[in-house]
Design a protein around this ligand. Structure first.
Ligand code: BES
Ligand code: MN
Ligand code: MN
Length: 455
């Protein structure tokens, strides 16, 4: 479609500058000191939707951070695409590991460095600019609705209620999301599943106060030693998770599914080198792609307790804490797994300590169809823009709200992501390739075109 490419080519610098402006707003949803910045970012997203051609856009307040809604309705008979994305970002720390300020975006080696560059401002904004391209060239073939939230990185806890309360407004034929990764630009791919999440916090308490580790050491259970042992026991020597019932609902893939999954291009040596590790590690009997895409996992995300200041302090601490997350696969339920974890973790605590388990937000796993019109439209859009058919893959990350789109709105989702696994999302020096940004803006109008043609 020549008109799009001409319009895109003529406006490239502005499209980039506008994204950089959005990246300058520190919309960190987890930290209340950024609350005003998060609100300012919502305003900026709303303004960008209106500028791109939405007929109306609004800020929808929630108990937490606001949701931005916008729409461009051209004909009720045409298919309607609901674009979902998030304008909130992860906290930028540790700051000292960034080569440039997380909210002072720079372009280096054709990559945009900033918190949110890939996850998800850069990817979300491609849809805003793609709308502009289609509106300004009079080629918009579908109705488009936007729902851009500000709480994805903290579990989307108010979005479910928004879906329940706005079923009519959110009526659509398909949800389109760019918040996942591709294998590479040479091997474009489409994620067809996301893992679920159960996130727990645990506290182990020993004596009623910190003690002198010489006076009491050896006679009283040390909560840190105990917590470390309890955590270590959650995996066996084959890296299977030892929580009773944990795997009960997990379905094994068929040999054909496994073969398909493992036929995706993947270089183990490169993977290890890129991460600076000598060897990968994971559940016995599964390949790396299977481990991240199709198997449930348990990981400690943070652990603290005792003395961590300068020098040495001899102390037997009263408490130890950890944050532990489990990634879930189809048929596992976040609530069920949380309950199994809690029961097991309490049961393995020795009598000398008390254990408190607190569940945090979670989310259900999803598998998206590959035989739908919308998936075929996405595959054809990629084929047109990249000159190659996309490879279906299973993503390891989680977007908890996707399961609710189906449950509450009855809508399936297409995961049209343009990130790369090494974009450092949630890490220092998050980046998004300029190429991917423009490739996304080029691909999205084809999705709308083919969806309208095939519907
Ligand atoms: N965009 C990511 C999820 C993602 C990343 C999916 C890469 C596939 C590939 C999303 O913003 C995210 O970080 N989700 C969180 C869960 C959320 C409840 C904090 C995650 O996966 O840890
Ligand atoms: Mn994201
Ligand atoms: Mn994220």
């Amino acid at each position: 479609m020549q008109v799009w490419n001409e319009y895109l080519a003529a406006n490239k610098q502005r499209f980039l500058d506008e994204l950089l402006d959005l990246l300058r707003i520190p919309s960190v949803s987890a930290d209340s000191k950024y609350k005003a910045d998060v609100a300012r970012c919502a305003d900026a997203v709303k303004a960008s939707l209106l500028a791109a051609g939405c007929d109306n856009a609004e800020i929808c307040p929630t108990a937490g951070h606001p949701i931005v809604y916008g729409e461009k309705m051209i004909d009720p008979k045409l298919p309607t695409v609901l674009v979902y994305g998030h304008y909130d970002v992860q906290p930028p720390d540790p700051l000292e590991l960034w080569h440039s300020g997380p909210f002072e975006p720079v372009i280096k080696d054709e990559k945009i460095y900033a918190r949110g560059a890939c996850d998800d401002k850069g990817q979300m904004f491609m849809h805003v600019k793609a709308l502009e391209v289609m509106v300004k060239t009079n080629t918009l073939p579908c109705n488009v609705k936007f729902m851009i939230e500000g709480e994805e990185e903290v579990g989307s806890s108010n979005l479910g209620k928004f879906l329940e309360g706005n079923k009519e407004k959110l009526k659509a034929d398909i949800v389109l999301v760019s918040d996942t990764s591709m294998i590479s630009m040479e091997h474009p791919s489409l994620e067809t599943g996301l893992r679920g999440l159960a996130y727990m916090e645990v506290e182990v308490t020993g004596p009623n106060r910190d003690l002198h580790s010489g006076v009491y050491g050896g006679a009283v259970a040390n909560p840190i030693n105990t917590l470390a042992k309890m955590i270590a026991s959650l995996h066996d020597e084959n890296n299977h998770i030892t929580i009773p019932g944990f795997y009960d609902k997990v379905q094994d893939l068929t040999d054909a599914e496994r073969a398909a999954l493992n036929s995706a291009p993947f270089d183990l040596k490169e993977y290890q080198e890129e991460l600076g590790i000598k060897e990968v590690q994971g559940e016995k009997g599964y390949t790396t792609l299977e481990r991240t895409g199709t198997r449930p996992t348990l990981d400690v995300n943070g652990i603290w307790g005792g003395y961590i200041g300068e020098g040495a302090k001899t102390v037997l601490p009263s408490k130890a804490n950890a944050k532990i997350s489990m990634r879930l696969v189809p048929n596992q339920s976040s609530d069920e797994i949380s309950a199994l974890f809690q029961k097991h973790f309490e049961s393995i605590a020795p009598a000398g300590v008390k254990v408190k388990v607190t569940p945090h937000h979670g989310g259900e796993p999803v598998v998206t169809p590959t035989d739908s019109i919308a998936y075929k439209a996405a595959a054809k859009a990629i084929q047109t823009a990249f000159g190659k058919d996309p490879i279906p893959t299973r993503g390891g990350g989680s977007i908890p709200i996707i399961a609710l789109f189906e449950r509450v709105l009855g809508l399936k989702t297409v995961l049209l992501g343009f990130g790369l696994d090494n974009d450092n999302i949630h890490s220092p020096n998050e980046k998004y390739d300029v190429f991917n940004y423009f490739k996304g803006i080029e691909t999205i109008p084809y999705f709308h075109k083919y969806l309208a043609e095939m519907s």
